[in-house]
Write a new protein. Sequence first.
Length: 238
Amino acid sequence: MRHQLLAGIAATAVIAAGVQSRAQSPEMSVLLGRIDHLVYAAPDLAVGIQRIEAMLGIRATPGGQHPGEGTRNALVALGPASYLEIIARDPEQPEPGTPRKFGIDTLRSPRLVTWAAKGSDLGLLVADARRRGVMLGDVIPGSRRTPSGALLSWHITTQRTVIADGLVPFFIDWGQTPHPAATAATGATLVALRAEHPDPERVRKILGQLGLDLPVTSGATPALIATIAGPRGRVELR
């Protein structure tokens, strides 16, 4: 079982041991400030939690259920106001009437599927993006309760609208709700985020319309790649 887990990790992460860190570019610093959370979807929540713990040396904090969506999550803070969300099907909920978000129903192994950018006045943000030709999803409310019973609520551009294979983010506004990173497992830091896509120029153009300077290079398949520093060094999570 341990060998299988390590083999799976090797397929999704590269440990950057013994490599000196390079200075972070101003553009990356700005991008990291725009990131609210990364979405790491898994076919089973326990598998996703174990995979991240094996990579980072950090056990994710239980998040909560998403009522009606058939999912639940666990979190690892990546900074004071950003986090990694591990999300999977929730066996305690009935099957939802629509497919679960992020392709969870057909996932065979955990992977980074998309990311959320910080936003405010989301209605205006969406209207402006659509005028620029970027068809962000409608703004909808969301909420969940933490294991302690606290209610978290937010507004979000629906994640069911997927642009550029998830490399273009959805946007979230937590309003007056305390940011989930404040109570998530600590010890990790997001160092960089980049992407690969068969048509990188098109993806970069869309991101540029949203004021997001995510590095996108050519790759055979779409991929989101996060560099995360933790107790076990730096890893690349895909």
